[in-house]
Design a protein around this ligand. Structure first.
Ligand SMILES: CCCCCCC/C=C/C(=O)SCCNC(=O)CCNC(=O)[C@H](O)C(C)(C)COP(=O)(O)OP(=O)(O)OC[C@H]1O[C@@H](n2cnc3c(N)ncnc32)[C@H](O)[C@@H]1OP(=O)(O)O
Ligand SMILES: NC(=O)C1=CN([C@@H]2O[C@H](COP(=O)(O)OP(=O)(O)OC[C@H]3O[C@@H](n4cnc5c(N)ncnc54)[C@H](OP(=O)(O)O)[C@@H]3O)[C@@H](O)[C@H]2O)C=CC1
Length: 296
């Protein structure tokens, strides 16, 4: 048993229908695959219908599960409502939503046009609150105890230069997660989030880690656990959070990043100190302790 394997028992998502935005590619596709393996019906939606349909066919063959692909730009409320209507028509009801769609790219902020900032913020923040609001209304009206999982980032907490629109939007998503988790708890609706560290995907690597950077930089050296994430690790946590096994967890944000975000620790530079240097440092500190006792 290892981190590349599925964690939940067979049938853990039986009788659930989960919408995964951006489910045609990358991490969304990996989560959709695992949800199908666990018995869920899955709806994937994003802008490119051909990509979604290719993924749907592949996953149907691979898992034997039921999957529906629908074109939807998450910035457009009528397209979101169409996804919800079609999902209910096919599967009877919707139980879960994974807000996974995103737009992002690295750039010095002063190089961005207003439209560039709007584009990222609208996909990430507006798309997430539009979809959540539409499903929340449906769940409350129909007394369904739905669950939302938002895919955030670690820099939603810390902030980060060169991805400022994404950081602003993902921070807003976290504020929504916690605020609505409290407000909608009385309806049995749960909202949680995952803050992933680096998980290789074409979408992220093309826009955030292009070859020019990759030549000069290694994640293995930067991450305390010395590797990038495996998609199954994220899919395991996501499946748990949308399943009833996590029924008592709401408003939580779980970081899954091999310790990358901890690099801000003030004394972490001591990683560079050798054993000989530690011997000398220990002597110096103990000397200082003795001296301070003498002068008391
Ligand atoms: C490697 C480490 C990983 C750590 C992970 C960190 C956290 C990861 C978070 C993620 O979100 S990864 C997901 C990445 N995936 C995607 O972004 C997929 C979808 N993205 C896109 O489709 C595009 O990248 C997009 C730009 C976000 C949207 O594309 P769209 O076709 O809708 O817009 P455009 O018309 O092309 O552009 C809009 C606007 O933005 C300007 N722009 C685009 N790219 C750049 C750039 N590189 N630099 C500066 N400006 C850019 C573009 O010029 C347009 O503005 P105007 O010129 O019209 O004013
Ligand atoms: N990979 C990583 O290391 C990390 C990823 N994340 C997060 O994980 C999630 C998935 O990213 P990842 O799999 O890496 O990247 P991808 O680029 O593969 O996924 C992004 C998805 O968003 C969809 N999308 C973009 N714009 C829209 C829109 N307007 N409406 C609907 N869907 C849209 C895209 O599909 P289409 O183009 O068809 O619309 C695509 O499927 C994102 O939320 C990202 O922020 C967070 C931290 C780290």
């Amino acid at each position: 048993m290892g981190y590349k394997e599925g964690m939940l028992r067979d049938g853990a998502l039986d009788n659930k229908t989960v919408i995964v935005t951006g489910g045609g590619t990358g991490l969304g596709k990996s989560m959709a695959t695992y949800f199908l393996k666990l018995g869920a019906n899955v709806v994937i939606c994003s802008r490119r219908l051909e990509v979604l349909e290719t993924t749907a066919k592949e996953l149907e063959e691979q898992t034997g599960g039921q999957i529906l692909a629908i074109a939807c730009d998450v910035r457009k409320t009528e397209e979101i409502e169409n996804v919800i209507t079609k999902s209910i028509e096919k599967f009877g009801q919707v139980d879960g939503l994974v807000n996974n769609s995103a737009g992002n790219f690295i750039s010095p902020t002063e190089r961005l046009s207003y439209k560039a900032v709007d584009t990222v913020v609208d996909i990430v923040l507006r798309g997430t609150y539009y979809f959540t609001l539409a499903l929340g209304k449906y769940w409350i009206e129909n007394k369904i105890k739905g669950t939302v999982l938002n895919i955030s980032t670690t820099y939603a907490w810390t902030g980060s230069g060169w991805v400022v629109p994404s950081a602003m939007a993902k921070a807003g998503v976290l504020a929504m997660t916690k605020s609505l988790a409290f407000e909608w708890a009385e309806h049995g609706i749960r909202l949680n989030a995952i803050a992933p560290g680096p998980f290789p995907t074409k979408g992220a690597w093309d826009r955030l880690f292009p070859e020019e950077l990759a030549k000069k930089f290694s994640f293995e050296n930067r991450i305390p656990l010395q590797r990038v994430g495996d998609h199954q690790e994220l899919a395991n946590l996501a499946a748990y959070l949308v399943s009833d096994f996590s029924a008592y967890i709401t408003g939580e944000v779980i970081t899954l990043d091999g310790g990358e975000v901890l690099s801000a620790g003030q004394f972490n530079f001591l990683k560079e100190v050798s054993e000989d240097q530690w011997d000398a440092i220990e002597d110096q500190i103990k000397n200082a302790n003795r001296n301070s006792k003498k002068s008391e």
